[in-house]
Ligand binder design. Structure first.
Ligand SMILES: *Cc1c(COP(=O)(O)O)cnc(C)c1O
Length: 400
């Protein structure tokens, strides 16, 4: 059979079923797996045959979802890849970083990362002698200067687009620099998913996910994933996951399995709705600025177009009136909820200055474009006319 397309892989059940077995992937709620004779058990323990032993090492439900996530991420590569699911997005990042790095190694990354990731780098890994440098990764000459002058940098870690101002990094050029200077490259692809952007195809070594967001898509479970090309690192990453106990539980993996069935249709609609809302906001007199790489006026539009197939659900915009008007906007919309996650089917709002960026001094966050008037939107898959009419009515009621 010809290689299956993305949306077919999303939908197709991939677990083994005996005659009369469950059509939909079952949840293996079992901590351990048993063997009829000690010889078979020994074969599995010594790696002679494949099998499950204990759910921290691997679980059939989790394995089915891992297989699907790896297939989606590597769909346009010759070689196959591996996926290891973890208990959350942050545990995926922590598991990968500890697998790849040793005390004395350094990380090159950007200032505008997901908040928890910044804290892992600056507060936890730093305790174990792993230092991080936070620069603007969109500036390739700065990346090359750092890599060429500092051989201790062993990992370049990025997000594109970033939170909450949606700036982008040239993924292929950054990954090529990593190859030149022998550093690993890793991207957090949570905002895009492999449906919109495939970093492994752009020469990146590892992709991490908070599957909590778009891959699950329904806001009802927490999990993460590490995906890479097959090779020496698969075993190391698996070993770290197993020993640190950062494994994904089968129920949360199963929720991702459910979410994946509609991934392509959801991402199409998220992207279509977000572009329509971004264009509406851009033309609204009470809005100062709209950050969305899908807008042709956006500074990252050309770069994003080479690496994203559509521009996703995430956007942010700045209201003219500062903090009071942004609070009013958030309180008065009827369809959008004030919820500090993203990637759900419904539209979610976040006010970075009073939540995710509360502890960052105003002068510093304003330099990054995170002003008091900035609102982040995770655009849902509602009818776009309803969303635009709710957002428009709310804006009309504001003073400024
Ligand atoms: C939510 C998020 C994370 C953290 O994921 P958890 O599943 O909450 O641990 C990491 N990166 C990005 C971009 C996120 O949005």
């Amino acid at each position: 059979m010809k290689k299956l397309k993305f949306d077919t892989i999303c939908v197709k059940e991939n677990h083994e079923t005996p005659n009369g077995g469950s059509h939909i992937l079952p949840i293996y709620a079992s901590s351990a797996f048993s063997y009829n004779d000690i010889e078979s058990s020994i074969d599995v323990f010594t790696g002679k045959s494949e099998g499950y032993v204990y759910s921290r090492y691997g679980n059939p439900t989790v394995a089915s979802v891992e297989k699907k996530l790896a297939a989606l991420e590597t769909i346009d590569l010759e070689e196959s890849g591996f996926c290891i699911m973890t208990s959350s997005g942050l545990s995926a990042i922590m598991t990968l970083a500890t697998s790849l790095l040793q005390s004395g190694d350094e990380i090159l990354t950007q200032a505008n990362l997901y908040g928890g990731t910044t804290e892992i780098f600056s507060k936890i890994l730093s305790k174990y002698g792993i230092k991080s440098h936070f620069i603007n990764l969109s500036d390739l000459s700065k990346v090359e200067d750092a890599l060429s002058s500092n051989p201790k940098i062993k990992l370049v870690y990025c997000e594109s687009p970033t939170n909450p101002t949606l700036s982008c990094v040239d993924i292929k050029a950054t990954a090529d620099l990593c190859q030149k200077y022998k550093a690993h490259s890793c991207i957090d692809n949570t905002f895009c998913t492999s449906y919109l952007q495939r970093p492994l195809t752009l020469s990146v070594d590892f992709v991490v996910y908070s599957t909590t967001k778009f891959l699950n898509g329904h806001g009802n479970g927490l999990a993460g994933a590490i995906i890479g090309k097959n090779g020496e690192h698969k075993k190391t990453v698996w070993n770290h996951m197993k020993l640190m106990g950062t494994n994904c539980n089968p129920f949360d993996a199963w929720l991702v399995h459910n979410g994946l069935k509609t991934l392509s249709v959801r991402m199409d609609k998220h992207s279509d709705n977000a572009l329509a809302i971004a264009e509406f906001l851009l033309n609204h007199p009470k809005v100062n600025k709209v950050n969305y790489p899908g807008l042709s006026t956006n500074a990252f539009h050309t770069m994003a177009s080479t690496q994203m197939s559509q521009y996703g659900a995430m956007l942010s915009f700045e209201l003219d009136g500062g903090i009071e008007e942004s609070k009013r906007f958030m309180n008065e919309t009827k369809l959008c909820s004030i919820t500090s996650t993203l990637g759900n089917a419904d539209t979610l709002l976040l006010h970075p200055a009073t939540s995710s960026h509360l502890n960052i001094p105003k002068e510093i966050r304003e330099k990054e474009g995170i002003t008091d008037g900035l609102i982040r939107v995770s655009v849902g898959i509602e009818n776009k006319e309803d969303l635009i009419s709710d957002i428009g009515d709310t804006l009309d009621r504001l003073r400024s």
